[in-house]
Design a binder for this molecule. Structure first.
Ligand code: PLP
Length: 387
């Protein structure tokens, strides 16, 4: 690769981009409200992919599925290209029906979007235009929380327990009259950890009496034991719970941009009264998603290969003396003994893309599970960098 891909170049370009978009003032204003334990770095907040990302030998920075999209999805997309002159309303309806049947609800409980990011952001916009607070774990996935803050919400950040689960009793205690939403990411990003199912179910059922509970299940399909782990049946029971799912992870369709939310029809109406839902969707992606629902052998293969990569990285990290958080997802995280900037510069110089999160003032490396070849490149690069 001829362009020098360093993390500092990224920082400059993404800060510039954010300033141009007017993003920074909103984030800075909301920061004054917060005293978070978890402090993502600036570049992380304004993260954007540079065009020379293709030059990476190991692309392990966005929890993408290296094996997708499946053959079924490729075929469905090719076959639907000729439908590109028409809006996808009918196809959206059909996909909603298929998803509703799977989730045990009616189609008016489903909202589609170009990725679950769309569901996260639109939920945040519609719930925080008149302020209030959001209760969520810290560290956790920040997309919804950041949008909530940019729209005037304040963040009640609740540290995880010692074993990296959501501290549900502390979260329960944090809910007050101004709480507009509770966000739970399970399994959690960036920690890869899981919150015990029965406790979470009880929490969601109880807390949703006070405020809507948003459960982000982006990585749920990576669990070996998935049966009964989703909170979606609480929606079917009429609880004020919103579950977000994505086609970006186990389905291997991140670049095709499709995801969905399952919630009470009134909640979805509230969102749709402010922003439209289906208009960001392409017919090709909708058709691809329909085909992907049937591509179970591909999902199984992804789960198996991801588990193999996790086991390999775990063994290697252990032999190098790192302590890592046991992961239930397609990524792993561990603390490093080097300033985050230096670490990333050294890894990117070897054309290995990973992320660093500052947690309690200490840098942690988050590495996505790529192919076994990529994981070997990562371990070799890590040894050179920190060894
Ligand atoms: N939620 C979590 C926890 C994620 O990690 C991600 C992406 O990495 C998303 C949501 C958003 O994914 P997408 O917009 O591709 O569906």
């Amino acid at each position: 690769m001829n362009t020098k891909l360093t993390r500092r170049n990224w920082l400059k370009s993404s800060a510039f981009l954010a300033a141009g978009l007017g993003v920074a003032p909103a984030l800075m204003a909301s920061e004054s409200i917060l005293q978070p334990v978890y402090k993502p770095q600036i570049w992380e907040r304004n993260f954007s992919f540079p065009s020379d990302l293709q030059g990476l030998r190991a692309r392990l920075l966005a929890n993408e599925n290296p094996y997708g999209p499946s053959d079924e999805v490729r075929l469905a997309i090719m076959e639907s290209v000729s439908k590109g002159n028409r809006y996808g309303h009918q196809d959206s309806m059909r996909l909603k029906e298929m998803l509703a049947e799977r989730e045990g609800v009616t189609p008016d409980h489903i909202m589609l979007g170009p990725g679950s990011t769309d569901i996260l952001e639109k939920t945040a916009i519609s719930h925080f235009v008149s302020g209030g607070n959001i209760v969520s774990a810290d560290p956790s996935y920040m997309s919804l929380v950041k949008t909530a803050m940019a729209f005037g919400g304040s963040w009640k950040n609740i540290p995880l327990t010692a074993d990296y689960a959501h501290d549900l009793s502390a979260m329960r205690a944090a809910i007050d009259k101004k709480t507009r939403l509770i966000y739970v990411c399970n399994p959690n990003n960036p920690m890869g950890s899981l919150t015990p199912n029965a406790d979470l179910r009880k929490f969601c059922a109880e807390a949703s009496e006070k405020a809507p509970v948003f459960v982000d299940e982006a990585y749920l399909e990576f669990l070996e034991e998935r049966e009964g782990k989703s909170m979606v049946d609480l929606v079917a029971q009429g609880k004020n719970v919103i579950v977000a799912r994505t086609f970006s992870k186990i389905h291997g369709m991140a670049g095709l941009r499709i995801g969905y939310g399952v919630a009470q029809p009134e909640t979805l109406e509230k969102i749709r009264s402010m922003v439209r839902s289906n208009m960001g969707l392409c017919v090709t992606s909708i058709r691809g998603a329909m085909a992907s629902l049937e591509a179970t052998a591909f999902h199984e293969k992804t789960r198996k290969l991801t588990a193999e990569s996790r086991a390999y990285v775990g063994e290697q990290l252990q032999s190098m003396g790192f302590s890592y958080v046991p992961s239930y997802t397609s990524f792993m995280i561990f603390p490093i003994d080097m300033p985050g900037d230096d670490f990333l510069d050294k890894m990117f110089a070897q054309r290995i893309g990973v992320r660093v999160f500052e947690i309690n003032d200490k840098p942690w490396c988050r590495v996505s599970m790529g192919t076994m070849d990529e994981m070997k490149i990562f371990i070799e690069g890590l040894k050179k960098t920190l060894g």
